[in-house]
Design a protein around this ligand. Structure first.
Ligand code: SAH
Length: 362
């Protein structure tokens, strides 16, 4: 990073060349970020504007159109869709847009125009409140740039959920777990379910609609649990919301020898940066142990990690240790990630951030 590079404005469009002058493509630059350049196009001097984004977005849309019958999905998954720094979730005629880098922030007008050109959305909400924006020197704000209204109904796996797109976490809804929710629901009929880190009940409500006898949604967020209750009503089912810290509640359940037929643990990232790997790995191991201890004989246990900073084999090893310490014999029956509306960039293993393991316990 020489003086000339440092003088380039954050987010500027640049050509990337090797020392031999060979062109690697067009990207955007930020001298303030650890990831100084992100590539947008393979050619140098590519025109980056509305047409460029319209073409990339059309490609992203085509893939989703072939996957889903209804317009509810992640439309753009950053690097996975060759649009680093941009995430767009679609909820019918409403879009939530997350811009994570100075480079994409500079293209905001072109991106919004391209989205309009392609989809004519009624409502567009900019969720500019991801903490990672600070690393790019960006501010934190949420803004409705088109239309109005922040509460919408999400249709997924045949269930209806209420999501709050301005006040909710991230873009308001976690589409990444769609296929895993459907997988778990297969086991739910007549069973008791503990949905730990439930957020607004993505797993628990689907299990309840599939005939679960009892569904506990456990989360530390009161607004998330209130939405879970509303969504349960919208589907004509009941859930039991419990507002507590998951580790504390699991310790209490272990002490009281209370068990559930199906236990799900989908926590926030325990490994926020590479530095947190060891303490984070330990927390996953402990969670696996406690969750296994409250799983009934012949029960189903799902353990998940959304930390891109812990590799899949390390996460699996910690879960295995936790099961061992709980003294539970297990058969691993599903190893999954996010759904196909969250494509992974083949050269960026970190873009496969979600790891989900499902075990059948003896
Ligand atoms: N399973 C959810 C997504 C979970 S996101 C779904 O399918 O949509 C992680 C959740 O963990 C958030 O709702 C957050 O409020 C909750 N959370 C974070 N720390 C927690 C803690 N210590 N105890 C309980 N819940 C916690």
């Amino acid at each position: 990073m020489d003086a000339a590079a440092k003088a380039i404005a954050p987010g500027a469009i640049v050509n990337v060349r090797g020392e031999d002058g060979r062109g690697f493509g067009t990207g955007y630059f930020n001298p303030k970020s650890l990831i100084a350049v992100r590539l947008l196009a393979e050619d140098c001097d590519a025109a980056i504007g509305q047409d460029f984004f319209a073409e990339r977005l059309a490609r992203a849309l085509k893939l989703r159109d072939s996957l889903y019958g209804k317009p509810f999905y992640r439309l753009v998954h950053a690097e996975g869709d060759h649009l680093p720094g941009l995430v767009v979730d679609r909820f019918g005629d409403t879009l939530t847009v997350q811009i994570g880098t100075a480079g994409m922030e500079k293209q905001r007008g072109a991106i919004l125009a391209a989205l309009d050109q392609l989809l004519s959305p009624a409502t567009v909400i900019l969720r500019g409140d991801a903490p990672s924006r600070a690393l790019e020197g960006l501010d934190s704000h949420v803004e409705t740039v088109k239309g109005k209204g922040h509460r919408i109904a999400v249709e997924e796996n045949g269930a209806r959920y209420i999501a709050d797109l301005t006040e909710g976490q991230k873009t308001g809804w976690y589409y990444d777990q769609r296929d895993n929710r459907a997988f778990i629901a297969q086991f739910a009929k007549g069973k008791s379910v503990l949905d730990a880190y439930s957020y607004t009940g993505g797993f628990g409500i689907l299990a309840a609609t599939a005939g679960a006898r009892e569904t506990v949604c456990l989360d530390s967020s009161a607004p998330a649990l209130a939405l879970a209750e509303e969504s349960a009503r919208a589907n004509g089912v009941k859930i039991k919301p419990v507002k507590a810290d998951v580790f504390e509640e699991l310790e209490r359940l272990v002490g009281a020898s209370e068990k559930f037929d199906i236990v799900l643990a989908d926590p926030p990232p325990f490994v926020k940066s590479k530095r947190d790997l060891e303490p984070g790995a330990k927390a996953y191991r402990k969670l696996a142990r406690l969750a296994a201890q409250v799983t009934a004989p012949d029960g189903i246990l799902m353990l998940a990690s959304c930390s891109h900073n812990i590799p899949p084999d390390r996460f699996a090893a910690e879960c295995a240790q936790g099961l061992l310490r709980a003294g539970r014999k297990a058969r691993l029956i599903r190893q999954a990630g996010a759904g196909p509306d969250h494509p992974v960039h083949p050269l960026l293993p970190e873009s496969a951030y979600l790891k989900v393991l499902v075990y059948a316990l003896d």
